[in-house]
Design a protein. Sequence first.
Length: 361
Amino acid sequence: MEKVVNQVYLQQTYSGKKVFVTGHTGFKGAWLITWLDLLGAQVKGYALQPEHDECLFNLMHSSLNFENVIDDIRNRERLNKEILDFQPDYIFHMAAQPLVRRSYRIPAETFEVNAVGTANVLETVRSINKKCTVIIITTDKVYENREQDVMYNENDILGGYDPYSSSKACTELVVSSFRNSFFNIEKTDQHQIAIASVRAGNVIGGGDFSEDRIIPDIVRALQSQKVIEVRNPNAIRPWQHVLEPLGGYMLLGGLLNENPVKLSGAYNFGPNPPDHLSVKELVELSINTWGNGEWKDTSDSNQPHEAGFLKLDITKAKEALGWQPKLDATSAIGWTIEWYKQNKTQVVDYTVQQIKTFMNS
């Protein structure tokens, strides 16, 4: 089963299908709708305007065929209308406030968007009177982090020190509650709704221009020939290229659609154990790929708390879905930095080519 994240399987699953994507203007969302468009899916996106003019969505959207709805996930009435008018076969819920450090500045809004926004999506799903498969994207940071060199699996206790992590743990509880209360797997033949949540590692890739994310920070420094400032060089993270979890989400969507009773639940998507690297290792590999650059440690004991150790156990995704990571950390970093080395006239074709190469690898 290891070869199922390929063009043949994904086209069989999504070609001609209606796929509703929240958060499609974000980094991961823009990669997802590009991939779905390539597969021949009928896509409708619902999200806020992108924050950065040069973001991947703005670079790609004119070359894609999809319906674009700009609104807030907290606007329950509009969200309800757009989903029910579309009558999707699949929903990928990615809309979120995704930044740890920003969550310290806007904690209440982070909980509203991430937890209540998910409840709004699932509330609408209750009114869909057809078969629909729903993938809720959360994060690897939903686990109660013990700051130990351990790998967290789907049965570990949920938690979260910072507002972002905690809000995503709350999101998982929302998903569990709706599944138990309204979409119980024992009654799937009646309601025809299948739900899974997915917890991805630290995702990197071309087209991310967010604040307080390591790859955009690295690239901005390298492009301006400045020293890269690194605030947590020894922090360990499960780095993976954006196409790894997205392929896992779409694979899970197809298999969950086929076998909702067996496969409903939560899934980790991350790298193999050797590819859990420190921030320092990530920075140095990025500099090597770029060809030059320097970095310095700017750690500050007064900065907002961020986890020191975070590793994911991906055994369940491997065994239940037949999913496997395709790129090691060095390749993932190389693919990412090479994307940023392209000029703006090349990035559309280069993005599509990376997707095709990944599918057929």
